[in-house]
Ligand binder design. Structure first.
Ligand code: NI
Length: 234
């Protein structure tokens, strides 16, 4: 699903950059986009969770922002409308295993099942596609290949620990740079608030928020199955 969006987006981005010259052009959502490219990806794990994810989607839509959601498989069916909305609004949707298992701590077939079952749930709901994997805790067994690209992060504000909007936003703003993949969890109200605060601030600084898949393509990285990506640079 996200796959189809990439070329369209890239054309739009290139067109915007060509038109921009040294100045700025208005982007979708009304933000000013400077000619300099500053792309970054927000990623959200452990959802969907209706109360918080819905509010996040509203906030992202208002700001013209696309993000990446790594979903827990067993939470998909009860939140089907929310997941369908994510896809419709151009977010990338990925796999965070069926029951949030640390994949290097369980038997190989169990790990494969955790991934496959979530993939099947996403395919049932959204149709075929490539659902990239974010392994819980960023851990996979040595040499594991689940048939899709895997995504870690390079900016981790440990939002689950502090649950403090100001602290989380500050930790992101202090560490972000073009190409960053930022880790958040859309199951905490404080993380939703922090994410939207960070978007407002970084859009003012000329950042564009894109999906992980778009971020890699925009950095000239061709995603490969079985490889782990930590930032836009690979
Ligand atoms: Ni997780």
């Amino acid at each position: 699903m996200a796959k189809r969006i990439v070329p369209v987006f890239m054309l739009a981005a290139l067109a915007a950059l060509c038109l921009a010259g040294d100045g700025a052009v208005p982007a979708e959502g009304g933000a000013e986009i400077p000619a300099e490219e500053k792309y970054v990806a927000l990623t959200f794990d452990d959802g969907p969770r209706r109360a918080t994810t819905e509010r996040l989607l509203d906030g992202l839509r208002e700001r013209g922002v696309r993000a990446t959601f790594f979903l827990i498989g067993r939470q998909i069916e009860d939140n089907a409308a929310l997941v369908a909305r994510m896809a419709e609004e151009g977010h990338q949707i990925g796999n965070h295993t069926w029951s949030h298992q640390r994949l290097d701590n369980i038997l190989p077939d169990e790990a494969a099942r955790e991934v496959a079952r979530t993939e099947a749930a996403l395919e049932t709901l959204l149709g075929g596609g490539e659902y990239w994997l974010r392994p819980p805790y960023g851990q996979v067994p040595e040499g594991a290949d689940f048939g899709v690209p895997m995504v870690k992060w390079c900016v981790d504000p440990r939002d689950w620990e502090s649950r403090d909007t100001e602290k989380v936003a500050r930790a992101i703003l202090d560490n972000v740079e073009p190409g960053s993949i930022i880790l958040l969890h859309d199951i905490y109200p404080t993380s939703v608030d922090a994410a939207l605060r960070v978007v407002d601030r970084l859009q003012e600084e000329g950042y564009w928020f894109v999906t992980v898949e778009e971020l890699l393509w925009l950095n000239g990285v061709k995603p490969e199955a079985g490889r782990m990506y930590r930032s836009g640079r690979g």
